[in-house]
Ligand binder design. Structure first.
Ligand SMILES: Cc1ncc(COP(=O)(O)O)c(C=O)c1O
Length: 375
């Protein structure tokens, strides 16, 4: 038996749309499929201005340039996140300030923000871990009160909502990933939602290598020139065609993943009630991107991962907190008394969850975990 951790979703229409691109003979960013995807993402998220990017990493780097981050500025990021959240701002020479997480949501602890803010703070980056964020209002309020930009790293959050509002639409910009580890994907890809209209022109210039090519393509000017710092952040039309095929099936994908998520919850409830494991119960309408359980400590967690591996089941842990990494050690870390970024990361086990999984396979994973606790 082999149960992989993830098999990227395929809708079946990807090749048809890619063939259309070949017929259209327009392969670079902002072709027909880029526009179609941007429109579709606008409909899903409710944000009118969406741009496709080469990755979520690109979207975050683009955001850092758009808010004109400079050396000497400080940016608050959670320690419990993927490296791109931090790199995008560190690349501009800023001082990162890591902040601890709330152990329930695994997202930024909003109560530590006031402690982390200094006169040099320019932005807060909110990472929506598995769509579990709560108390977004308080974070938005803190940003308004202190005149800070709010960047949402919504890499994992397509089709995830907080109080019926799509994640990525609360801050100045929201950054999404369509990497093949995500619910829907195009190999490598991403998007940026521009909620703050004042940033739109800047985003369009930065995304087009720092030129006003977007205005040129719209027929507003006769030629385009270098306007500001920028890079090649747009998504290729071939990837956009692939992504469009996936976007059309988004609701089907979410529905199936949510059913699998509930199945895991039901199967593992007895272990939770006995206090062997924990897992989130949330009212948030999230996209079931990650189903994780928490064990008592690191050695139990590693033992369970090995136990499952012997049965052919792939399960993983993540993230190693950034404040403990070689690169991250140089930055300040505002922690709660328990250092939850470190302690929670030692407990997490992510279980297989993907569209092509079967009910039977999930039951086998559940059985493997139950066995572990009765041995
Ligand atoms: C929270 C977070 N931010 C950013 C990224 C980077 O996304 P991408 O691979 O699209 O650059 C990831 C990737 O998994 C992520 O989990």
């Amino acid at each position: 038996m082999k149960i992989p951790f993830n098999i990227p979703f395929i809708s079946g229409n990807e090749v048809t749309y890619i063939n259309e691109v070949i017929e259209n003979k327009r392969f670079s960013y902002s072709g027909v499929f880029s526009k179609k995807c941007e429109l579709e993402l606008s409909k899903i998220t409710g944000c009118k201005t969406v741009r496709l990017t080469a990755s979520c990493t690109s979207a975050l780097e683009l955001a850092a340039l758009a808010i004109n981050i400079k050396e000497g500025d400080e940016v608050i990021v959670p320690s419990f996140t993927f490296v791109s959240t931090a790199n995008a701002f560190a690349l501009r020479g800023v001082k990162l300030v890591f902040v601890d997480i709330n152990p329930k949501t695994l997202c930024l602890d909003e109560n530590l923000l006031e402690k982390a803010i200094t006169p040099k703070t320019k932005a807060i980056v909110l990472v929506h871990y598995a769509g579990l964020t709560e108390n977004i209002e308080k974070i938005v309020e803190t940003c308004k009160k202190n005149n800070l930009f709010l960047i949402e790293d919504a890499a994992q959050s397509i089709d995830s909502y907080y109080q019926n509002q799509h994640l990525g639409t609360f801050g100045d910009v929201g950054c999404f990933s369509f990497h093949d580890t995500k619910n829907i994907h195009c190999g490598e890809g991403g998007a940026i939602l521009i909620n703050n209209k004042n940033l739109l022109e800047k985003v369009d210039i930065i995304l087009e290598k720092g030129t006003n090519r977007a205005a040129f393509l719209a027929g507003e000017i006769d030629n385009y020139t270098w306007q500001s710092l920028g890079s090649s952040y747009g998504l290729s039309e071939i990837n956009a065609a692939f992504l469009f095929a996936q976007l059309q099936e988004l609701k089907t994908v979410t529905k199936k993943r949510k059913a699998f998520y509930s199945l895991y919850q039901n199967l593992l409830k007895p272990l939770k009630e006995k206090g062997f494991i924990d897992f989130p119960e949330t009212d948030n309408n999230h996209n079931a991107h990650i189903f994780f359980i928490k064990l008592e400590n690191e050695s139990k967690r590693d033992a369970l991962i090995n136990h499952l591996k012997k049965q052919g089941i792939s399960a993983y842990f993540h993230y190693l907190p950034l404040h403990l990494s070689e690169m991250g050690k140089q930055y300040k870390y505002i922690k709660s008394e328990k250092d939850f970024s470190a302690s929670e990361s030692e407990k997490i086990v992510r279980l297989p969850l993907f569209y092509g999984l079967t009910k039977n396979e999930i039951e086998l994973v559940g059985k493997g975990i139950k066995q572990f606790f009765t041995v």
